[in-house]
Design a protein around this ligand. Structure first.
Ligand code: NAG
Length: 145
């Protein structure tokens, strides 16, 4: 009973938080290893999510390093390459671990909203569509764990 009462405000704020954040539209590119060191966590590889869905923030969302650790729901919208977005692909959750302009390994294309890890980029694009260097994305700041 006590536990449930403590949990309720937390759940309510979580729901409100998720509802308040509106989706934005931007661009995404990708980058390959080496991924370390990162602008957020230095040489600490334990900060990478186990599914390797992480990203470097472009200047538009970097927020003077406040973006470190933020989670974004990212969905592939379109690309100049036809069928680059896999049909029916659900959005993926990515964690910001780095700053795009400070990457050890430069991105496939400059100036993007976010630069996705190879694993994250592959998860939302269709590799059979050909060489994809940049996609348009729909992204939502998620307050989820
Ligand atoms: C991936 O691209 C190929 C080539 O354009 C297309 O035939 C296929 O249907 C696409 N797959 C998905 C899941 O969108």
């Amino acid at each position: 009973m006590i536990n449930r009462l403590k949990l309720l405000p937390f759940l309510v704020s979580l729901l409100l938080g998720l509802h308040r954040s509106a989706a934005d539209v931007g661009t995404a590119t990708s980058y390959s290893p080496p991924y370390l060191p990162t602008a957020c966590y230095g040489g600490d590889a334990s900060q990478f999510p186990s599914n390797n869905f992480f990203a470097a923030a472009g200047d538009g969302i970097w927020d003077n390093s406040a973006a470190c650790g933020r989670l974004y729901l990212v969905k592939c919208l379109s690309s100049t390459v036809p069928r680059a977005c896999a049909d029916g692909q659900p959005p993926i959750l990515v964690k910001i671990v780095d700053h795009a302009s400070a990457l050890v390994s430069p991105p496939s294309h400059g100036g993007a909203t976010m630069v996705l890890s190879d694993a994250a980029f592959r998860a939302i694009t269709n590799s059979s569509a050909g060489q994809i260097t940049q996609i348009n994305i729909d992204f939502t700041h998620s307050k989820k764990v």
